[in-house]
Design a protein around this ligand. Sequence first.
Ligand code: GDP
Ligand code: MG
Length: 437
Amino acid sequence: SLSERLETAFKQIKGQGQITELNVASTVKEIRRALVDADVNYKIAKEFTDKVKEKALGEKVLNAISPGQLMVKVVQDELAELMGGTEEGLDLKTSPTVILIAGLQGSGKTTFSGKLARFLKQNRHKSPLLVAADVYRPAAIDQLKVLGEQIGIPVYHEPDQKDPVLIARNALKEAKTKGHNVIIIDTAGRLAVDEAMMTEVADIKAAVAPQEVLFVVDAMTGQDAVNTAKAFNERLDFTGVVLTKLDGDTRGGAALSIKYTVEKPIKFISMGEKLDTLDVFYPERMAQRILGMGDITTLVERAQAQYDEAVAARIEKKIRKNQFDFEDFITQLQQIKKMGNIKDLLGMIPGMGKAVKDLDISDDAFKGIEAIIGSMTPYERTHPDVIDSSRRRRIAGGAGKDIQEINQFMKQFEQMRQMMKGMNKFSAAGRGMRAMK
Ligand code: GDP
Ligand code: MG
């Protein structure tokens, strides 16, 4: 992967005592190769590494910083710069704000429309209206309706209307009468760039004067993504890019080249089919991720957005009273699961990216635990101490596990409770000490 290749490139300079023309040149050459292999256009890669070289040689090497650290820092800054420098938000001042979604078929437009609607409702407290303007495939309208239902957002559609321009116009009127302050228009795409598709989207754009035209592109398509972006930008002059499928096996080239090529910011990245896997794009964080430094900021933000304070407070109280039970355990697992795919989450911890890459951690990582707790009676869940060997046998049967697995699980749970007890003593002592001051 790109991260691994860059790490190798840094390796040789990391051991060096100082920055020299020679060691910078060879490191930079490795970096350029890594970028080109990650599908970054040669010209961009060359310009990038020329800049890195110039900066690295121009820096006064401070005593505190080693040549290796310096190179990593220079590359990190330049990667962020290449991807856009700072974060670019959406322009949501106008009411209703019209957001037009364009891109090739299969790029993820409909999925993104749903994710964006959810994001604007939850994180920006907007009242969006989704608009189904893909009139060629009946399934496309149904897909959007299903998404809308999942997130509780209305979908405007006209079953017999074949003119997407009219649908868009009518939807805008509907939004005004019904008080929606954002409308998101999901359009039809085709398998390749063609005139009919471009004309259609351009006509919709002319009819509804959107504040944002977002171009959605599959990050896995590498160089093609950049070419498609160019073609769409020439016709639509879009306001931003959405990179989808970054959860897949992408080489990273699209993220690195698009901003440079079309001079439009990447605004969102999408990392999965589930609706809660949309993230605002921050160039610095992406640069850190590419360098394998993790993305702790996004992790913390996701945790904050998903963690239910009231639930957390209730559980904390029970822990303090040594009453933590299986109900609480399940609730905690659910909170963690809400934050997204476990592997993604672990990957955001600095240094963990590589370690978890080959691990077999599925979304179902908690399934076994849930099955065991699910086979307990409500009374057992809230009274862990009553679970004797005959109850364990029954639970094992219900969960499809061996009795040993249940014993093991009960032991771990007990250890966890003991640990919590220990922490209680500790924090009680802490409270006491503060009180004495
Ligand atoms: P559209 O034709 O542009 O509307 O594309 P869709 O939204 O229908 O998406 C095409 C396929 O890609 C669907 O199977 C989606 O579930 C999937 N998809 C969309 N976004 C992502 C993503 O970020 N990650 C992954 N893994 N799949 C995605
Ligand atoms: Mg679609």
